[in-house]
Write a protein of this length. Sequence first.
Length: 201
Amino acid sequence: MEISASMVKELRERTGCGMMDCKKALAECGGDMEKAIDYLREKGLAKAAKKASRNAKDGRVFSYIHNTGKVGVLVELDCETDFVGRTDEFQQLGHDIAMHIAATNPAYLNPEAVPAEDLEHEKEICRAQLKEDPKFAGKPEKVLEGIIEGKIRKFYETNCLTEQFWIRDDKKQIKDLVNDLIAKLGENMVIRRYARFSIGE
């Protein structure tokens, strides 16, 4: 079933979840709105989205140095209170994110951080690839745009920290780790920024 923009918009308004999460939920549930809402709730995304507007003004800066001593990471993970910032779960999350950054070297924090010109450049590459591929010759523009959208989603999953699949569980994205802990501890949490250092770069 084709997932329309109006369906994504309705689900987003009803749950407060992000556009990509809503689209994925609808696709997983065959376009069934109520099932998609349950899907988002089960993943803790709906609960996390409700807390997203709350100010995460506390938190910690985490560091990770790879055992070779040649790669290091600093990452700021924010929460609402110092109480949550001191929990073992929050500390573990910060460590896991820092270690993941060391391993994957993401280019951007999240899709919103991708500059418009970088995104357009990527889309142009996708269009050029489709144009060169004979199996897409004569396909309707709408079909091609859908393929490009899928390729951009893959681009985000490769290059954006929050969309990357965790190195220890390829079924969970980094944003899922954060949302799971938001749902568990009941506070908004935000990966604010990070820096990765590598000898020779």
